[in-house]
Design a protein around this ligand. Sequence first.
Ligand SMILES: [Zn+2]
Length: 161
Amino acid sequence: MSKIFLLFIHNTYKVLIVMTNKTCELLVIHCLDWRLQSGLHEWLREKGYQGKYDQVAVAGGAKDLVSSASAEKKYFLIEQIDNSVFLHNIQKVFLIHHNDCGAYGGRAAFASDTAEKIAHLTDMEIAQEIIETKYPQLTVENYYAQLNEDNNEWRVTIERV
Ligand SMILES: [Zn+2]
């Protein structure tokens, strides 16, 4: 989108066209965990989104949208989504949770890797329903990131779930 201004300078009319394109397609909501960041941003770059997405990094990702969170925490996340929708006209939201997430008590809080993954998937599905109910125009995609330490580096494998 652009705006056209007609300016009167030195007794002459000038036409000034100002690009006001402030939209972006995607909002990414993910955990603040430092181990996730490098791999996540590389993954987004590979998908063609480098420099083209809004981002909310908060402990546990979409966890605060589900019913066990306080009203204030829910409101914070809703407000961030509101901003992204109204300021940038996003069309899509990626919810990205990960294993060994401290906001969920880490890996140790679960009896198995499968139980951990199911807990995250369940919360993301609830969060997805909340977002899609409030904003029927948005498409929400859920992703689960596996963190694995390899030679003092964190490898991140992200799958759609
Ligand atoms: Zn986390």
